[in-house]
Design a protein around this ligand. Sequence first.
Ligand code: HMG
Ligand code: MG
Length: 280
Amino acid sequence: MKADVTIFEMGPRDGLQNESKFINTFDKIKLVNLLSKSGLSKIETASFVSSRWVPQMADGEQVMDGIQREQGVSYTALTPNKKGLDRAIQANADEIAIFGSASEGFSKANINKSIKESLQLFRPIVDAAPMPVRGYVSCVTDCPYDGPTNPDKVIKVAEELLAMGCYEISLGDTLGSANPDSTKKLLSELLSVFQTEELAVHFHDTQGKAIENITIALEFGITTFDSSIAGLGGCPYAPGAKGNVSTEAVVDFLESKGFRTGIEREDLKIAAQFARSLSQ
Ligand code: HMG
Ligand code: MG
């Protein structure tokens, strides 16, 4: 079945990165394999970051090596620097992502760099990457350290990432504090500069507003949605943030609106049950 929206699965990365107890590699692989069978076309599978910063993601190579790759599925990974890119190439990641922030406070807390320094770090990654590169911009409406974010700041970072060669910008509601009004304001300003195809949305669901925010994004013509199986997750550097909106809820919602997701709901249910069993 041809899909007319894309769901970008975050569970194995954004979902698991925040788990305090180390989840064994075999279980991480099993989760990715279950997700791969459901019809998802994009799965963020690993994170090649410093294990000092995010110990849970230290086994990215083993996870990438152990999964059963399904045809038509892109297995993606986060790479904050050249070392991350080298690891992603070695591990045969189909796609990578660099991750910047619209706010200085989160940029510093998450990657120990100012926004300007982070962009200098990212440019050579995109230049050298032999695979497509996605760009995240975090804290698009609010930052846990700096408060509300002006859309101008999001535009500036997104413009830089696209100019470097990212094929898409995922707009990170890192805290899960966006609401329909702030989402509308953000997207109306961004879409005076960017094309809808250049943007994806990445809502965390701390306040239960993610589906309402996705409704707004759909009205603006956006068709790529990040979500996490069973709603697992959060960011270790965004205190209090809950996981991404659950993949099951996004699939149900989009299908109810007549969109084809290409995802088998029963397979997703099995993956969600397993994902829940991994979470504390
Ligand atoms: P640093 O401490 O400033 O840099 O960290 P460093 O270069 O001094 O590295 C420190 C140590 O890490 C060194 O090891 C490096 O070799 C090692 P040591 O010499 O001390 O033994 N190292 C690495 N090891 C493996 N792979 C690498 C790597 N890089 C350095 N790639 C750094 C800077 C960027 C590395 C660090 O801050 C970092 O890894 N941050 C990542 C934090 C993170 O993963 N956050 C969560 C993901 S982002 C997110 O969730 C938001 C998102 O979902 C969107 C949204 O919701 O808004 C994407
Ligand atoms: Mg996130």
